[in-house]
Unconditional design. Structure first.
Ligand SMILES: Nc1ncnc2c1ncn2[C@@H]1O[C@H](COP(=O)(O)OP(=O)(O)OP(=O)(O)O)[C@@H](O)[C@H]1O
Length: 495
């Protein structure tokens, strides 16, 4: 009976509490109610274990708080799994949509066995130019014993993760300096070339990917040895072998922006330096066809000019950028710029470049792109025609070893045949045969020319010997083989 009474009184106490709660909710504004509820919650949980709470406000001293933005970004990748109420948005120039927490929601982040409870709140509503706006802040709650971990490991971890997520979510940009002495964004960089679509030696491909990965993960190393965090690549090979395509594949692989440097638009070394300093981190700086932009060959010859005038004219005579300006650029004298940069030079004529430019430390990796091999052909056939095996492959293999076709030539033959791969294969074989015939013709012409040149040389020699009174027959032995000597002797006496 007594127990029954106890249950009854507990029931009525609960009902009274619910009534009071309902009444309070009616009377108190919702923001105040939520704030009181949160304080109540923290008060009781703080009683059980010693908890610490960190407040991270959106605005500090009238400026944006970077840590707030990093936390928001960091939690956006976690809150989808754990929160019941979320905000969904897609910000301009970002690749993906993102979820964020809504005010008065909390979520738990477990890191290395430490429980970290996050909640989002709104500051009191402010009047900002007619419209009402509120500012948010995060509360991070954890046990006091984890204070050191939070400060030295967790917060840096959040900053790093947020940076990675920001970087992944942005769109790559393409800049050029063609319009003057500063960079202008041409467009979003969306070149479709990737390491999967590039036709080149698979071993070299892997080597480049590994080198790039190593480079971007070596921030601490570059700082510890006092070097600018940059790497230089030289891509060389005949036109149409994929130098530009490889640059695009590299930018896509690293998710870097591209700065396409037009050297002929740069007036002098100072302008070159200014342009470099204004490039952003995580970028690829490209100088295409470097041998055509500046006369960078034969430094010894040009050295005097450089010393006297401190400049070197471009081929079209409009730029005063010197070789030393270029060397400083590649050496990373502009290293006060933080962050990693990849500098890529391309040329069709490596032999024309000054050795000073090519030495390692400036051009760390020399990548040769050449004519289409069978391996490259297979990659192109797979990409353009979705063909892996074909009855004409054998014929292609024989033809490709006897002629020089570039990947661009093969790609051109495949264009438009994606729906009829057999016709695409026939087209490329016909083109290769045609080139083989042309090569044969050209070889014949070359041989004839060579013979004519040597006949001419021999006739001149015979004439010279006659004019000096020597016996041409004796000297013929020195200048031609025995069979030809006989014919020549006849010719000499007939004349
Ligand atoms: N190795 C390759 N793999 C895949 N496609 C290629 C390759 N090489 C060339 N192509 C194709 O040929 C076109 C031209 O190639 P690309 O501009 O990359 O050559 P390049 O070596 O930079 O030539 P140039 O020296 O004339 O600038 C590309 O758009 C691409 O379709």
């Amino acid at each position: 009976m007594e127990a029954l009474m106890d249950w009854k009184s507990m029931g009525s106490l609960y009902a009274s509490l619910m009534f009071v709660r309902g009444a309070v909710r009616e009377v108190i504004p919702p923001e105040v109610y939520k704030a009181a509820k949160t304080t109540f919650f923290y008060f009781f949980t703080n009683l059980q274990t010693k908890l610490v709470t960190i407040h991270i406000h959106e605005v500090e001293n009238d400026s944006d708080n970077d840590i707030f933005n990093s936390v928001r970004r960091y939690l956006s990748s976690k809150c989808f799994a754990s929160s019941k109420s979320l905000r969904l948005s897609k910000i301009k120039n970002s690749k993906n949509h993102t979820y964020t927490m809504v005010p008065e929601q909390s979520m738990v982040d477990m890191v290395d066995g430490v429980k970290l409870t996050w909640s989002l709140h709104s500051d009191q509503v402010e009047k900002v130019s007619k419209s009402e706006s509120s500012r948010s802040f995060f509360k991070l709650c954890f046990e006091e014993k984890h204070k050191e971990f939070v400060d030295s490991a967790y917060i840096p971890h959040i900053m790093k993760e947020a940076e990675i997520s920001k970087f992944k979510n942005r769109r790559k940009k393409l800049f050029t300096n063609r319009s003057g002495d500063c960079w202008s964004q041409v467009c979003q960089f969306s070149h479709p070339s990737t390491f999967d679509t590039i036709a080149m030696d698979p071993v070299l491909k892997q080597e480049i990917q590994a080198d790039l990965k190593k480079f971007v993960n070596k921030s601490k190393f570059y700082t510890s040895v006092g070097k600018a965090w940059k790497r230089g690549y030289l891509l060389y090979g005949p036109p149409g072998t994929g130098k530009t395509s490889l640059i695009a594949a590299i930018a896509n692989y690293l998710d870097f922006d591209i700065y396409d440097m037009e050297l002929t638009s740069v007036k002098n070394n100072s302008q070159l330096k200014r342009l470099l300093i204004s490039t952003s981190s995580k970028s690829v700086i490209v100088l295409e066809d470097i041998d055509c932009s500046l006369d960078l060959s034969n430094r010894k010859e040009n050295n005097n000019q450089e010393c006297d005038e401190g400049k070197m004219k471009t081929n079209n005579g409009t730029s005063n950028v010197s070789l030393s300006g270029i060397l400083n650029f590649v050496d990373g004298l502009w290293s006060p710029c933080a962050g990693e940069r990849l500098i890529i030079f391309t040329t069709n004529h490596k032999e024309k470049l000054d050795p000073a430019l090519l030495r390692s430390g400036r051009m760390d990796k020399h990548i040769s792109l050449s004519f289409c091999s069978m391996e490259s052909f297979r990659i192109l056939a797979k990409n353009y025609l979705k063909v892996e095996e074909h009855e004409l492959m054998k014929e292609v293999e024989e033809l490709i070893s006897s002629i020089q076709v570039t990947p661009a030539d093969v790609a051109e033959c495949f264009m438009g045949y994606d729906e009829d791969p057999d016709a695409g294969m026939r087209n490329v074989v016909e083109e290769m045969k045609r080139r083989k015939e042309i090569n044969k013709e050209e070889e014949k012409i070359d041989q004839t020319k060579k013979r004519l040149r040597s006949n001419d040389k021999e006739n001149k020699e015979v004439k010279r010997l006659r004019s000096t009174g020597d016996d041409p027959n004796q000297d013929l032995e020195k200048i031609m083989p025995a069979t030809e000597q006989e014919e020549k002797r006849k010719e000499v006496y007939e004349n």
